[in-house]
Design a protein. Structure first.
Length: 272
């Protein structure tokens, strides 16, 4: 499956060599990198693993925090995001996932202006490095400290304000999939999608992220993938399954179930 990728958050305790082996064994085409794991091994080792396997880097997560909610200043967050763009370029990742930061007691108008300013600065570097920026909306039940952008409409407002075709969005089905409006909005936003992450849940997010096995929850993944297929989406789809509901399972089981589930939806995803 050329456009299916394994998010490193799914296999958090594995090293990259284990992830690459598991991906190749299952015909998965890419790895969605998480910056702490990348920085632990360095770009050279990451490239060695990718080049030896013919896998691609689907994305790098994440840059952002522009609102100061994580204790950094605006300039520190922008500089860090620029560093992330350069890391993404070095490993050949097409997309840098952006979490803009929590509200941090600011008024919404000020937050909107702040993150747009940050994205314009970071995007100038991203364009030069041929890396797209993808804003990820987070469900407020589990992500207020990570992002004050919670839905597709708010994400589109920021994208429109920045006004660059290089700035788009991530559709993480765990965070937005149970929104009653998601299927209505998808045809409108599909052209701005840089990345899709597949997650499922038995209930709306609350507290720590808790994703169940794909297909075992309430997220209408088949309908979402069908809508994306109808809209012509041909980008990466990452498997991102983590949380208490699956932590008792070994990673091999999680990946086998995920691939089996996607194979049952074979006509709805891009295949090699």
């Amino acid at each position: 499956m050329k456009k299916i990728a394994l998010s490193q958050l799914t296999t958090l305790r594995w090293n990259l060599s284990q992830e690459v082996h598991a991906a190749v064994h299952r015909g998965i085409g890419g790895i969605g990198f998480w910056r702490p794991k990348l920085e632990d091994i360095g770009v050279d080792e990451a490239l060695e693993n990718l080049n030896s396997s013919s896998l691609k880097a689907s994305s790098l997560s994440w840059g952002g925090g522009f609102t100061g909610s994580d204790g950094r200043s605006f300039s520190e967050a922008v500089d860090d995001a620029i560093d992330a763009v350069e890391q993404a370029s070095q490993i050949g990742a097409e997309t840098l996932v952006v979490l803009v930061g929590g509200r941090n007691s600011h008024i919404r108008r000020h937050l909107h202006k702040t993150i747009c300013q940050a994205l314009v600065e970071v995007n100038a570097v991203a364009v030069a490095h041929e890396v797209s920026l993808a804003i990820e909306p987070f469900h407020p039940g589990c992500g207020d400290e990570w992002s004050f952008i919670h839905d597709l409409r708010a994400t589109m407002d920021v994208i429109a304000a920045v006004g660059s075709g290089n700035v788009g969005m991530v559709l993480d089905t765990y965070h937005v999939g149970m929104d009653d409006k998601v299927l209505e909005f998808l045809p409108t936003v599909s052209e701005f999608l840089q990345l899709v992450q597949l997650g499922d849940s038995r209930h709306n997010p609350l507290g720590e992220m808790n994703r169940c096995l794909l297909g075992d929850g309430r997220v209408p993944i088949p309908a979402i993938l069908d809508s994306l297929n109808q809209a012509g989406y041909d980008g990466w789809i990452e498997i991102e399954v983590l949380g208490q509901d699956v932590e008792r399972l070994d990673y091999e089981t999680v990946l086998d179930h995920s691939i089996d589930y996607l194979n049952r939806l074979r006509g709805l995803v891009t295949q090699a």
